[in-house]
Design a protein around this ligand. Structure first.
Ligand code: FES
Length: 340
């Protein structure tokens, strides 16, 4: 069993933050850990009680609960449909806030871990004529599952996988061999050639083609730029790492939320989130990542203008303004009326 101890700052944070209700959980046991690259480990997780794991499809993620304050979403990257084991791959990020470090340094074979999910907000589009998958670094994880699913379906796809070198390329051996090799292109250390390469790949949007991308924000931002005005939003599917730093850096101001169903009005301070403010007033909200990534806290907006700070909603959903991720997003209007 692992005990994930946390430092004084975390203890202090825990003592002052409202306790949220976490999404339903499942206990799993770590059956195998593999070094995929020098800084990426994969973890094979089986149900702690030996039963079949919940069904899932390519693009799904689980929420790994490292402690009461630390929940991290990890994409499932095994063979889709497999219910005897889940597979995730985690890169050790020196600048992370502790999730990847804990997974690398403290988790051992035989440990029991608690996970939420799986949930899928990054699913393949049924009936697409062709799927273009673009991954950078550890962004390969959901796309690796997609490639396996598309291959099993006999669907048309191409995967472009960007890394610094073969040594830093997780799953290189599998993806460079049959049956995947024909559909996979590796791009190593492209540096300043990235934009030109992406332009050559994505210069047009053939009907029925769908684009899926996963990687660091500066990487997906280049793709966004290259495809602007060419690929329609409904054909673009993105999974980001972490919350949007530009949105996080935006100034905060206080506002209030009116809860339509419970007929209450709650003030949200400039340094508070909607979810924390509701919890502090005894209103139960279910959260998981608390970073605007996982989709657990999705809440309906009845009136007012959301200030979206999440990495979950699509541009189209943001423009519609009828949903908000209450763990990170705020209000542009003085009041938001929520469907709670
Ligand atoms: Fe994950 Fe809000 S709790 S998006």
């Amino acid at each position: 069993m692992i005990v994930l101890a946390w430092n004084g700052i975390r203890s202090w944070l825990r003592s002052r933050r409202p306790v949220h209700t976490l999404a339903p959980a499942l206990k799993v046991r770590v059956r195998r850990i593999v070094d995929e690259t020098v800084d990426i480990k994969s973890f094979e997780l089986v149900s702690a009680d030996g039963s079949a794991l919940p069904a899932w499809s390519a693009g799904a993620h689980i929420d790994m609960r490292l402690d009461d304050e630390t929940v991290r979403p990890y994409s499932l990257c095994g063979a889709p449909g497999a219910r005897d084991a889940y597979h995730i791959a985690v890169k050790n990020e020196p600048d992370s806030r502790g999730g990847s470090r804990a997974m690398h340094q403290r988790v051992r074979v035989g440990d029991t871990l608690v996970i939420g999910g799986p949930r899928n907000h990054f699913a393949l589009v049924d009936g697409a004529r062709h799927h273009v998958l673009i991954a950078a670094g550890i962004g390969i994880t959901p796309l690796f599952a997609m490639v396996q699913e598309l291959q099993a379906r006999g669907a048309s796809y191409e995967l472009h996988y960007f890394t610094r070198s073969i040594a830093e390329t997780a799953f290189h051996q599998v993806l460079s061999a049959p049956p995947y090799a024909g559909g996979v292109s590796f791009h190593h250390a492209v540096g300043g050639r990235l934009r030109e390469l992406l332009r050559r790949l994505l210069w047009q949007h053939p009907p029925g083609h769908h684009l899926y991308m996963c990687g660091p924000r500066r990487f997906t931002a280049v793709i966004d730029d290259v495809i602007a005005g060419i690929w329609p939003s409904e054909a673009i599917h993105v999974e980001y790492f972490g919350a949007d730093p530009a949105a996080e850096a935006a100034p905060n101001r206080a506002f209030e939320v009116k809860l339509e169903r419970s007929k209450r009005t709650i003030a949200v301070a400039a340094d508070d989130s909607i979810a924390d403010a509701l919890c502090a007033h005894g209103i139960d909200v279910v959260t998981s990542c608390r970073e605007g990534v996982c989709g657990t806290c999705l809440t309906g907006v009845i009136a007012g203008t959301p200030d979206h700070r999440d990495a979950f909603l699509s541009d189209k959903e943001r423009k519609a303004g009828d949903k908000i991720m209450i763990c990170v997003s705020r209000a542009k209007s003085a009041q938001l009326v929520l469907d709670i």
